[in-house]
Design a binder for this molecule. Structure first.
Ligand SMILES: N[C@@H](CCC(=O)N[C@@H](CS)C(=O)NCC(=O)O)C(=O)O
Length: 238
């Protein structure tokens, strides 16, 4: 059975879940909910860099979500038809990773406004570029004439943005259509309606991450050091 080990939430494992879904690969979310569970996972030697997510698939232990999505893209034929397509997939997926980072950080902000403003600014920078790419390619997809993993990760990132900024795509009709098209893929639609789909990250997720990693909570939390075992402020960053 394919297993994805991560916190009990979307986070940096979510692009891999969408790629498993587009491939219609059944998988189990293995939620790591305590520092002890993370220590036990590390002790197995399955995490080459001690980091999650971990994807166990086809007898392999995969680290780094960027490697996981590319493995799943190759496995399912979502890497384009040519070398030129593949490099475009990589360029777009790399840009999407930069773009998605702002959505990943949103739940860690002190207020809704502090979450939304950076998302709007980031979309102002990248949204028109994604729209222009879709116009230039002219097929409704980012690369070539078929769906690729670049489309899937872009739609995943846009979904994260839309939860905070519902009218995000009003001026980018091609992006809105691509987003809809990906959401309507059978594997994705089934995943999004399944119990495996975690809710949008909120305070509980932020606390879970800090507890499991034994890190400092964001500054707006009372008792910021509640999970830091000893000493001064621990490493910050999620
Ligand atoms: N670029 C990596 C980031 C992995 C990462 O930073 N994982 C965090 C949790 S979200 C982690 O395991 N931190 C613990 C550590 O670095 O020791 C990916 O996308 O997989």
């Amino acid at each position: 059975m394919t297993q994805l080990h991560y916190f009990k939430g979307r986070g940096r494992a979510e692009t891999t879940r969408w790629m498993l879904a587009i491939n219609q690969i059944n998988f189990e979310n293995v939620a790591i909910e305590t520092p002890e569970a993370l220590a036990a996972l590390r002790a197995t030697g399955k995490l080459p860099f001690d980091q999650m997510p971990l994807l166990e698939i086809d007898g392999l232990c995969l680290s780094q979500s960027s490697a996981m999505i590319r493995y799943l893209a190759r496995r399912g034929g979502y890497y384009g038809e040519t070398d030129n397509d593949a490099v475009w997939c990589d360029m777009i997926a790399g840009t999407v990773a930069d773009f998605a980072e702002t959505a990943l950080q949103a739940a860690f902000q002190a207020t809704t406004e502090a979450a939304v403003e950076p998302l709007k600014a980031r979309f102002e920078k990248f949204g028109p570029k994604f729209e222009a790419r879709l116009a230039e390619n002219g097929t409704g997809f980012c690369v070539g004439a078929r769906l690729t993993f670049a489309d899937v990760v872009l739609a995943e990132a846009l979904t994260g943005y839309l939860e905070w900024v519902p009218d995000l795509l009003v001026d980018t009709p091609l992006l809105a259509a691509l987003h809809r098209q990906v959401l309507d893929q059978p594997g994705i639609a089934a995943y999004l309606n399944s119990a495996q789909r975690y809710p949008m990250a909120g305070e509980t997720y932020v606390i879970d991450v800090a507890r499991v990693l034994q890190r400092v909570l964001p500054a707006h939390f009372p008792d910021q050091n509640r999970f830091v075992p000893i000493g001064p402020l621990g490493e910050v960053g999620y």
